[in-house]
Design a protein around this ligand. Structure first.
Ligand code: ADP
Ligand code: MG
Length: 252
């Protein structure tokens, strides 16, 4: 079993220290929710883990399978089995979902990844795609559409969940996957995530609101504030926050 072990992570943006000795341990098979007020550094954590160049790592380590991910390039982190779904996905006009997903799968799991030069045969990819779309109950026509072009908020999130299903990551980080979704879309996305949980996958679900946790049941809940985890507990912590708000916790 693998674990993702974040130790004393310090990250700055434009010379401003945002993450201040953040530590968190996630095992495969576990779902961790990270909650916290806006501006507390939740997205910064996600971007820093992905290796976004704008986020300067000042200190700390992030271990997975004996490797410090912080020493790897973003694509190498993905090949190690880290997946990030972002808060604001971008549109890529002229690229169909199917083509985009095939490129992503080849880059992460195919020969481009392990250097033997073989990409996944198109027939095999089609089979995988069909299988995952059935698992997630996504309509067949979806794969033919252009990436994120004219997608509703819910469709963008579905596209990301589909990408995650194909990449089969060991650890998936979802940054505010619930933001801007109506209840129906939220249910669809949550069902997708729930279909992808299991002993081989760890999840970090980042959310400002407790709402999505009605559908995705976390094993652990953490509260981030000012670049640190200030409280950790079980699902009851999310319920407490829902009832009492962050202020109550911050004053305690
Ligand atoms: P959260 O996701 O918890 O709302 P963020 O990680 O987005 O918090 O932001 C943490 C802090 O970093 C905030 O003070 C925000 O203004 C700052 N910040 C985030 N992204 C950038 C950026 N790209 N450039 C400058 N400052 C940023
Ligand atoms: Mg954010």
């Amino acid at each position: 079993m693998s674990s993702l072990s974040i130790k004393n992570l310090r990250v700055s943006i434009e010379d401003k220290l945002i993450l201040k000795d953040l530590s968190l341990e996630v095992n495969q098979g576990e779902i961790h929710a990270i909650m916290g007020p806006n501006g507390s550094g939740k997205s910064t954590m996600a971007y820093a883990l992905a290796g976004h160049p704008k986020y300067e790592v000042e200190g700390g380590e992030v271990w997975m399978d004996g490797v410090n991910l912080l020493e790897l390039a973003p694509d190498e982190r993905a090949r190690m089995g880290l997946f990030l779904a972002f808060q604001y996905p971008t549109a890529i006009p002229g690229i169909s979902m199917a083509n985009f997903l095939r490129s992503a799968v080849n880059a992460v799991k195919g020969g481009n990844g392990n250097g033997n030069g073989h990409s996944i045969p198109i027939v095999e990819f089609r089979k995988m795609l069909t299988e995952k779309m059935e698992l997630l109950r996504i309509d067949k026509t979806f794969a033919r559409r252009y990436l994120n072009e004219g997608f509703s908020g819910g469709e963008k999130k579905r596209a990301e969940i589909l990408q995650m299903a194909l990449l089969e990551p060991k650890f998936a980080i979802l940054d505010e996957t619930d933001s801007g979704l109506d209840i129906d879309a939220l249910k669809i996305v949550s069902e997708g995530v729930n279909a992808l949980t299991g002993p081989d996958r760890g999840f970090i679900v980042i959310t400002h609101y407790q709402r999505i946790l009605n559908y995705i049941k976390p094993d652990f809940v953490h509260v981030m504030y000012d670049g640190q985890i200030i409280a950790s507990g079980g699902p009851e912590l999310a319920e407490q926050l829902e009832q009492q708000g962050y202020d109550h916790l911050l004053k305690a």
